[in-house]
Design a protein around this ligand. Structure first.
Ligand code: ADP
Length: 354
């Protein structure tokens, strides 16, 4: 099934590749009135994104340093991820294609009743492909991808975070179609707690304002994707904004098989199809990321036998064997507990979309 399954990290574009630019919106909406005036246009700024913002009237309130940081660290153009890079998840892939990819490809058809949701939540155990799916949506929709994690927003950008959130949405508006992927969105939009500090509250408010701004502008082609391993921590305001909530579960047996055979396809190994099937039955409960760790550890098996690595020629390294996998299975264990899985399934029954 996965004969076209390739390593998604290969051929990853550089951040600054500007060979394909998203079309400029004819009239980008102004920023929220609350946006502080930071710095105005810098005449020597060579960043194309800033030029686009200026043309669309959105740069007046944005610090050019923030724009540059977003374009170099958060924005990715020309992603090449395809659905074949993601093993299993047939139902999720089908729904996502229908719910968000087609509408981004053909906004002229998906109007009125067919108008797509502006917010999509991907929830489930860590390491199951949520980020890969975000990238795939962006690449299939030919959209600019913005990927930011809540923890970096609240820690690394503490103090600047609100401005960064505003700048992020402004740059996305000037780079439509755009996908904004927020990892660990629960820590940004969680239920209010007693000890929530003022700045966390402000970032959250700004974020909700921006999401609402993006979703009321019918013409805008900005999709917000939130990813979380802890959906139960999202408050109801956040849940409401993510109209579609899709469960991304652990890979099933055939998906685990696809992951292993893909990872072994360019490696010297002695495993038969039956051996691979055997490994897959022993890896019930492993995430995609766990499967990668297992294969990586097993691939080191042949090297561990070697006494003097300096004297070894590369073709003397023996193939990876079933025994290497069985040894690695003693060290690499699933990272998700039964109890966690039950919580995802319960949340899916109550709030999930498929
Ligand atoms: P998440 O965002 O759900 O925590 P990622 O999408 O970052 O997980 O996946 C982490 C890594 O695990 C990926 O780079 C990939 O190598 C592997 N992986 C996870 N799920 C899959 C899958 N369904 N198919 C192929 N590889 C996967």
């Amino acid at each position: 099934i996965y004969n076209r399954y390739v390593d998604p990290t290969v051929g990853r574009p550089t951040h600054n590749d500007s060979s394909r630019q998203a079309p400029l919106p004819t009239s980008a909406p102004a920023l929220q009135p609350s946006a502080p005036v930071l710095q105005t246009n810098q005449s020597n700024n060579t960043d194309n994104s800033n030029n686009k913002l200026e043309e669309s009237g959105g740069a007046k309130h944005i610090d050019p340093k923030l724009i540059e940081m977003i374009t170099s660290e958060i924005m990715e153009l020309n992603l090449t991820t395809t659905w074949n890079d993601i093993a299993g998840l047939t139902d999720a892939k089908r729904s996502i294609t229908e719910i968000v990819v087609w509408p981004m490809q053909r906004p002229d058809i998906f109007t009125g009743l067919r108008r797509p949701p502006k917010g999509l939540l991907l929830f489930g155990p860590p390491g199951t492909g949520k980020t890969l799916i975000g990238k795939c949506i962006a690449s299939q929709s030919k959209a600019t991808f913005f990927c930011v994690s809540s923890s970096s927003l609240t820690s690394k950008w503490h103090g600047e975070s609100e401005k960064l959130v505003r700048a992020l949405f402004a740059v996305a508006r000037s780079r439509q179609p755009a996908v904004i992927f927020i990892d660990e969105v629960d820590s940004l939009l969680q239920e209010r707690s007693e000890n929530e500090d003022e700045s966390t509250r402000r970032i959250k408010t700004e974020f909700l304002v921006q999401i609402d701004g993006a979703s009321t502008q019918g013409e805008e082609r900005i999709l917000l994707i939130g990813a979380t391993n802890r959906p139960q921590e999202l408050d109801s305001a956040a849940r409401r904004r993510f109209v579609k909530r899709i469960y991304i579960p652990l890979p099933d047996l055939s998906a685990r098989q696809a992951i292993i055979s893909n990872l072994l396809k360019d490696q010297k190994h002695t495993l038969t199809t039956q051996d691979m099937e055997h490994i897959c039955t022993l890896t019930e409960g492993f995430s995609g990321a766990d499967m990668h760790s297992l294969c990586h550890d097993a691939a080191l098996g042949p090297i561990r036998d070697i006494h003097d690595i300096e004297l070894l020629s590369s073709d003397e390294v023996r193939g990876i064997s079933l025994d290497d996998f069985l040894k690695s299975l003693k060290a690499i264990r699933p990272s998700v507990s039964e109890n966690d899985l039950k919580q995802y399934e319960d949340w899916n029954k109550t709030y999930g979309s498929i």
